[in-house]
Design a protein around this ligand. Structure first.
Ligand code: SF4
Ligand code: SF4
Ligand SMILES: [Zn+2]
Length: 250
């Protein structure tokens, strides 16, 4: 029975039955899906707002602890976080990597070659404290293959012409840490990535999450980098902003 006076679905505008009036939307699959998406987005927006509130309150307390910052200015950068524990390396993981490297080494020549890995530049160095506070959220999907591809091996051969394939395979196997973070890349050790930059996949050397990418635009004279979990600050560091000229660390 349709509601009277008429009430329409907030998504598709179809007239609602009396049973759907309190919901405000009809039972069509498309409308139920749209409502689910809307709720999910609302939840995310509320979560972001709550995190920003924690960041603002963290900023206030930093300003109280460091009164000099009140005149200098203080920006807060919220980074993601990786919080799993470490566990001893399992033989199966080593074997999966070993097999993967063997296949890559036997891989055919490729049309496009990756550029050689340049030395760490000042910008990349300046971004490192953010990744240190985060502890490698973006490494979580690296698995036992660490994004390594045939292109990587071709690049490593060009970058280290004195290394033969046996030496290259050994370099990867030897870089596996004795213990690594649970549910993350095989090279994700307790102190960060154990694979030297030149041996990593391109994505490992070039990827930055959005907060870190925005850092150069958003930082003030001093910068507090924070990782927030369950609406409280779990880790933080206070640095002079790397993008405001040379200053002593705060
Ligand atoms: S790039 Fe972002 S997600 Fe990756 S380690 Fe750094 S702060 Fe974390
Ligand atoms: S190789 Fe290193 S940088 Fe790349 S995903 Fe694994 S731990 Fe992260
Ligand atoms: Zn509808």
């Amino acid at each position: 029975m349709l509601a009277y006076p008429p009430v329409i679905c907030s998504i598709c505008s179809a007239p609602l039955t009396v049973h759907r009036v309190t919901h405000g939307y009809c039972e069509a699959l498309a409308c139920l899906t749209a409502v689910g998406v809307r709720r999910h987005e609302q939840g995310k927006a509320e979560e972001r707002a709550a995190i920003q509130a924690v960041a603002r309150s963290h900023r206030e307390s930093m300003l109280q602890q460091h009164p000099a910052l009140q005149s200098q200015g203080l920006a807060v950068l919220v980074v993601p976080g990786f919080n799993a524990d470490a566990q001893p390396m399992q033989d199966e993981r080593r074997e999966t990597l070993r097999q993967h490297i063997r296949e890559l080494i036997a891989g055919d020549a490729i049309a496009t070659e990756s550029p050689l890995v340049p030395p760490l530049d000042d910008v990349a160095r300046a971004l490192q404290p953010a990744c240190t506070i985060c502890r490698g959220h973006c490494c979580g999907k690296g698995g036992d293959r660490a994004y390594l591809a045939v292109e990587t091996i071709f690049r490593v051969r060009r970058q280290f012409p004195s290394m033969d394939d046996v030496a290259i395979a050994a370099a990867y196997e030897n870089a596996v840490p004795a213990s690594s973070m649970i549910d993350s890349c095989i090279f994700h050790g307790e102190q960060g990535c154990t694979l030297q930059r030149e041996l990593r996949a391109d994505v490992c050397n070039t990827y930055y999450c959005d907060p870190v990418k925005e850092l150069p635009q958003n930082s003030g004279p001093a910068l507090s980098i924070v990782m927030i979990e369950k609406l409280s600050v779990k880790r933080s560091t206070l640095v002079s902003s790397p993008f405001m000229g040379n200053r002593d660390p705060v």
